[in-house]
Every structure is written in C-alpha cells, then in structure tokens.
Design a binder for this molecule. Structure first.
Ligand code: GLU
Length: 470
C-alpha cells in the first residue's frame, strides 16, 4: 500500500486542452484520492513563444467541468524561475554541468564531418567556460553505465548513458528547459509519483540523472499509454478532434466523458462499463493500467453519453440542455416553457445521444407555427392519402373527452383496427403536422404536452395545405 501520495498534473498551455491531458489528469486525481493523497496542478509555461494565458484558463475550466479538482496550485513555472536558476547554479558549482557557446550550425557541421550520430558532441564539456550571456548550461551526462527507469506501468526500462547527449538545462537566454524545471518542481513540491503520458518516457532517464546530480531520490514514474485514432495514429491536434472544450460544446456530459476516459488504458478488472466516481475511487490502481495504445473512439463515448443522459432527472436535463435552448430564438425561459419541457423530459432523455439534440426535440412546443423539415413535408405531400388521414384525425381527436397520451393512443389504435391501416402509417402525417419532423419524442406524449387546441389546428392546417387524393 502507498503512503499518502503527492501527485501533480503538469500541462503546458500550448493549445486547447487535449483529451489525453484530461485522461492523465484523471488518473493522477484518482490515484491521489484513492490513497488519501494530494493532487497538485502545475502549469509548465516556461516556453514563452508557445504559451498563451487563455489556454491556462481553458485547462482550469475543463478540469473543473470534469470535476477533477486540485488541492494545490495552479503553480505557474513562469513565477518560479529563481528556483531553477538556483538549481542550475548548484549543478554548475558541483561540476555536474558546464557552459557551452556552440552555435547549432557549428555543432551540426562538426558532427557531420566526424561522421557522428546527430546530437551534441561534447565540444565544451572540458573547456571550463564561465557563465556569460548567450552561453547555454549543459548537463554532463556520465559516459558509461545505464540509467534505469523503474516504471510502475512499463516495468524496468534501461537506457545506455552513451546514447544520451549532454542536454541543455538552461538556454543561452537564461530560460530553463523542461527537464530542469520539471525536476526542480517535482522535488520542491515533494511529488512522490509522476503519472504522465508515455511520450515523456525517453526524457525520463535525463530527469533521473538530474535527480542524482542534485543528490535527491527520484519520484516513482508511471507512463500511461498514448491515445490513438481509428488508424492507430497518435491523436494529434492538427488531425483529430482532441479539445475537451469541443466535446463539451457538442453536448457531452462531463460524467460520461469522465467515465469513458477512465477506461482508456485502465480496466476495473471486469467488463463493467459504467462506473460511478466512487466505484472508480474504490478500484483505481496503476497496476491495471495497460501498455498498449488506447483507441479514443467518439462513437463509444457517445454510447456513454446516451447512458448518462438517460439517467438525468427532468430538472437536470433542463439544466444540462440550457445552453443549447438559450441559443435558440424560441426559448424565453418562462415558467410555462419550463413546465412543458419538464413534462416531456423523461421521453427525451432516452432518445438522444448529445445534449445539443435537445432543442430539435422540443422546438415544436414553443413555435407558433410548425417549421417543416423538407424531407418530412415531402413524405406527407407525396402520399395522396395524407389529406384524408389528417382530416379524419381532427374528427377523431376532437371528440375525445380527455386529450391525454393514453386516450390518444387508444383512439389511434381503434382507428387503425377499423380502417385496416397500420398505426405507423397513421402516425406519419400526424407527427409531421404536430412537430414538423419525422423523428422526435413519442407522438402521443408530444401531443399531450402541446395540448388539444394547438394540435387540432396544426392537423387542420397541414390538411388544408394538401390536395385531395384522386
Ligand atoms: N508539461 C508536460 C506536458 O504538458 C508534462 C510533463 C510531466 O507531466 O512531467 O506534456
């Protein structure tokens, strides 16, 4: 069992918050919470050219949306530069790092002429240069031996030190690079477990060498598998839809996305799909995180969304769908509108995959006149019996004592029986007259919510637009 861990999620704000980042954050959060630990949020924003402050806000709000809450932070590396400078100085003072004034072009030239593999050739390693503007600080990588990453997911991975260049810790302009800032912060924040994307595994031996050079013990590492698309290519922001924000806008529920993400690379040990946060917290462990890349399958995530939407109470569906309703002209949020929405909500929540589908399921209630979908209207006009059916429906429905869903259905069934027509055939023109569409909430519930007056006038109106069958 682990002693209360301290973990961190350390995104670089270089773009929209990526689903892979959300999955890493979630694994960290679950690991911390499962074992009574602390989850730290640290923004790795030392690369001024690639960072934008609005992306920091985007990360924070997406994490909050997914209910991945941090106990400490957000710490910004850009506000902690002194720490990195001090660590760099101590490495230099201890002879573990050296200054280098080589230009990239000079290095490339020398390496090419000597027929060496690409990378730094150690030219300044023993030149004893002092600090000066424009000089980078490089780490003196031991020439022999190997550095072993004992990874909680991938096991022991050994790297031959001879293959590791004397890498840059601080650039010539004084800016600390990733490995230095990352290691210094993990030490300063007393991080016990570094759970991060597999793409960082190749730089982990460098980090371990820096920990050793600082005389410190490295945290435990756990590199989680990458997310891939349907072609098994690593998800990329240029090619794939990766921003958490996009999925939020498309109408995914945070609990659906969270539940889907937790299963990307981790398994609860059985084939359960739907897990509550509490169940995840009871079960989460790094030893059930697999090695192989995980397919980020939006269709599968939709299946989760459908499930979670179906569990929403009418009030919760209304709340969740509110941004989509408010974006439509027909919605004014009056108590009448809300109450008819709530009546129909139980029927809607089992029929949609995305919250963004809600407005088109309910708009017919709020419009003074039905807006017909082209295809739906066409299917009614092309059927010569539609006019007669609609006129007959007006007669049948206007004679009902009570305009309720059960009474409407019973009347239609009796009508189908007596006329020899199928219930489906009867329903098509009625549905189009009432909702303007061929698909939507169950017809009789929709009619009950709309009320007899509006229904009868819509049926008569569509009938009057059609020509008589010959
Ligand atoms: N800043 C790095 C990234 O966004 C993460 C580094 C880490 O977790 O150690 O990929």
């Amino acid at each position: 069992m682990y002693e209360a861990p301290r973990v961190r999620f350390a995104p670089s704000p270089t773009g929209y918050f990526h689903v892979g980042g959300a999955r890493t954050a979630l694994f960290n959060w679950l690991f911390a919470k499962r074992f009574g630990g602390v989850f730290v949020l640290r923004i790795e924003d030392t690369d001024e050219a690639r960072n934008r402050p609005e992306w920091i806000d985007g990360i924070c709000s997406a994490l909050k949306w997914l209910e991945i809450t941090w106990d400490e932070g957000p710490y910004l590396q850009s506000e902690r530069l002194d720490l990195y400078t001090r660590a760099a100085q101590s490495l230099f003072d201890a002879g573990k790092a050296y200054y280098c004034d080589c230009q990239r072009s000079e290095i490339d030239e020398r390496v090419k002429t000597a027929g060496l593999p690409p990378g730094y050739d150690g030219f300044c390693r023993d030149r004893g240069l002092e600090v000066a503007p424009g000089r980078a600080l490089r780490f003196k990588v031991p020439k022999d031996g190997e550095t072993v990453v004992d990874d909680l997911v991938r096991g022991k991975v050994a790297f031959d030190n001879g293959t590791i260049d004397d890498f840059v810790l601080v650039k010539g302009n004084g800016a600390p690079l990733f490995v230095l800032a990352n290691v210094v912060d993990d030490l300063d924040m007393r991080i016990t477990h570094v759970i991060r994307a597999e793409e960082h595994l190749p730089t982990t031996p460098k980090a371990i060498l820096v920990y050793e050079a600082l005389g410190q013990k490295a945290p435990q590492f756990a590199h989680v598998p990458v997310l891939v698309n349907e072609k098994r290519q690593k998800l990329s922001k240029r090619r794939d839809r990766v921003a958490v924000e996009d999925y939020k806008e498309m109408g995914f529920l945070p609990e659906a996305m969270e539940n889907y993400l937790v299963l990307l690379g981790w398994s609860p040990g059985d084939d359960r799909e739907f897990l509550t946060r509490n169940e995840e917290l009871e079960l989460f462990s790094l030893d059930r995180v697999g090695h192989s890349p995980s397919f980020f399958d939006v269709t599968k995530m939709l299946h989760f969304n459908k499930h979670y939407i179906s569990l929403l109470s009418p009030e919760d569906l209304l709340q969740a769908a509110m941004p989509y309703l408010e974006a439509r002209d027909f919605w004014n949020g009056s108590s009448d509108q809300r109450s008819s929405f709530l009546k129909l909500a139980p029927e809607i929540c089992t029929r949609i995959g995305l919250l963004s589908e809600v407005p088109s399921m309910v708009d017919f209630i709020y419009q003074d006149h039905v807006k017909f979908d082209e295809g739906a209207f066409g299917s009614v006009t092309s059927d010569s019996s539609s006019k007669r059916l609609l006129e007959r429906s007006v007669e049948i429905f206007s004679s009902l004592d009570y305009f309720g869903r059960e009474e409407l259905e019973a009347a239609c069934r009796a009508w189908a029986e007596e006329s020899g027509l199928s219930l489906r055939k009867l329903q098509v023109p009625i549905r189009v007259a009432i909702t303007g569409k061929k698909i939507g909430p169950p017809l009789f519930s929709a009619m009950e919510v709309l009320g007899s007056e509006a229904c009868l006038s819509r049926l008569a109106e569509l009938a009057s637009m059609l020509t008589e069958a010959v």
